[in-house]
Design a protein around this ligand. Structure first.
Ligand code: GDD
Ligand code: MG
Length: 346
C-alpha cells in the first residue's frame, strides 16, 4: 500500500503566505509541514509516497527530490490544471497501488495507519474514511453513519444546524484502486462534493471510523497559529527542535539572547536567531532561524518565519510574518499576516 498526499490546492485562506508557497510547505515549528508528514508516514512503514502537486509544484519537488534524504521514495503527480481532490487522485492513477492511502496534506494528526487499514479490511469497503469529531462541522465534510460504520450521507461544508453529526472527514482515506473508475478524467472533480455522494448512492461501500488522538487542519490563519500552540503544549508528538532550556523554552543553536530579554513559555527560538536586549518573547511565540529582533521588541502569539528582522520597540501580537520580512521600529501590529507580497490584517 502506498500513499498519495494531496498538496496542490491554492491555500486561499492562508493568503498571502500561500501566494508563493504551497500550504503544506508552510513551516510548522520551523520546518515545512510536509517534512513532518513524510517522516510520520515513513515511521509507520509507508515508504512509497506520491505527492499530487499543482500550485508552486517546484517548491515541493525541489525540496524533496527523490525522497532519499528522508528514507522514502517520492514521486510526483503533476496537474496541468487544478483537478480537485478526486481529479488529483485519478490523475495519480499510474503511481498508485491496488490499495492506497490518501492524505490531505494540510492535516496534522496522530492516525495509526495500520488500524485504519485493519478496519478497511474487515469491513470490505471500496473506501474507508478516517473520521474525527469537532464542535462545528460547518467548515468540514460531515457524515451520517449506520451502526456498522457504513456512511449513509456525506455533506461537505454543511450549515451548522444542517450537519448530520459532529463527525467529520479527517482528510485521510484508505481506497481500493477500483474506486478510481467512479472519477471522471479531464475535469475538476471534488471527492467530497461529487465522488463520495456518488459512491454512497451506488452502494459501493463507503465506511468511516473514528481516528483517536490529535487532529487539526492548518488551513486558516487562526488554526495555523493555534496548531503551533498545541504543539508547544505537547498535545501531539511533533518534535520541537532545539534545546529545552527550561520547561517550555526551546532555543536553537548559536542564538544570541540579549541582556534583560525575557522568554516566556511556551516559546521556540530557531537556530542563529538574535533577540535584542529587554525584549519580551512569548508566551506563545515561534521565532524562525536567522531572525533578528531588536531591543525592546514584544512578540506574543506570533510566528516569525525564517530570516525576519524586527526593529527596536515593535510589538507583535497574533501575527504571522513570512520569510525574510523586515518590520520597522516602534510598530504595533495585531493579527497581521504578511509576506513580501502584502499584508492582510484581520
Ligand atoms: N493536487 C491537488 N489538486 N490537491 C488539491 C486540490 C487539487 O485540485 N484541491 C485541494 N487540494 C489539496 C489541498 O492542498 C489540501 O492539502 C487538501 O487537498 C484539502 O483541501 P482544502 O482546501 O484544505 O480542503 P478543506 O480543508 O476545505 O476541506 C477538506 O478537508 C477537511 C478536513 O480538514 C475536505 O476534505 C473536508 O471534507 C474535510 O473535512
Ligand atoms: Mg484543509
Amino acid at each position: 500500500m502506498n500513499a498519495l498526499l494531496l498538496a496542490g490546492g491554492l491555500g486561499t485562506r492562508l493568503r498571502p503566505l500561500t501566494e508563493t508557497l504551497p500550504k503544506p510547505m508552510a513551516p510548522v515549528v520551523n520546518r515545512p509541514w510536509l517534512e513532518h508528514l513524510v517522516e510520520r508516514l515513513r515511521d509507520q512503514g509507508i515508504r512509497d509516497i506520491v505527492i499530487a502537486v499543482k500550485h508552486h509544484p517546484d517548491k515541493i519537488r525541489n525540496h524533496f527530490g527523490s525522497g532519499k534524504k528522508w528514507g522514502v521514495n517520492i514521486r510526483y503527480a503533476v496537474e496541468k490544471t487544478l483537478l480537485g481532490t478526486a481529479g488529483a487522485i485519478r490523475n495519480a492513477e499510474p503511481f498508485l497501488d491496488d490499495r492506497f492511502a490518501v492524505f490531505n496534506a494540510d492535516i496534522v494528526h496522530d492516525v495509526n495507519i495500520a488500524s485504519l487499514v485493519r478496519f478497511h479490511e474487515t469491513h470490505g469497503g471500496l473506501v474507508t474514511i478516517g473520521l474525527t469529531e469537532v464542535e462545528d462541522p460547518s467548515h468540514y465534510g460531515a457524515v451520517e453513519q449506520d451502526g456498522e460504520g457504513r456512511i449513509l450521507r456525506f455533506v461537505e461544508k454543511p450549515k451548522k444546524e444542517e450537519a448530520p453529526s459532529r463527525r467529520i472527514n479527517a482528510g485521510i482515506y484508505v481506497m481500493e484502486k477500483r474506486a478510481l473508475a467512479y472519477i471522471p478524467t479531464e475535469r475538476e472533480v471534488s471527492i467530497e462534493r461529487e465522488t463520495f455522494p456518488l459512491l454512497i448512492r451506488e452502494g459501493a461501500g463507503v465506511y468511516g471510523t473514528l481516528i483517536p488522538g490529535f487532529w487539526m487542519d492548518m488551513g486558516t490563519r487562526e488554526r495555523y497559529r493555534t496548531l503551533h500552540w498545541e504543539i508547544l503544549n505537547r498535545k501531539t508528538g511533533i518534535p520541537i527542535p532545539g534545546e529545552e532550556r527550561s520547561s517550555g523554552i526551546w532555543v536553537g543553536r548559536n542564538c544570541r539572547i540579549g541582556k534583560g530579554a525575557l522568554l516566556i513559555p511556551p516559546v521556540l527560538i530557531g537556530d542563529r536567531a538574535e533577540i535584542g536586549d529587554r525584549s519580551i518573547i512569548g508566551p506563545y511565540a515561534v521565532v524562525g532561524p536567522n531572525c533578528r529582533l531588536g531591543s525592546g521588541v514584544r512578540c506574543s502569539e506570533t510566528i516569525l518565519w525564517e530570516g525576519c528582522v524586527v526593529r527596536d520597540e515593535t510589538h507583535l501580537h497574533q501575527c504571522v510574518i513570512g520569510c525574510g520580512l523586515e518590520i520597522g521600529s516602534r510598530q504595533i501590529m495585531h493579527q497581521a499576516v504578511m509576506n513580501r507580497l502584502g499584508v492582510m490584517e484581520a
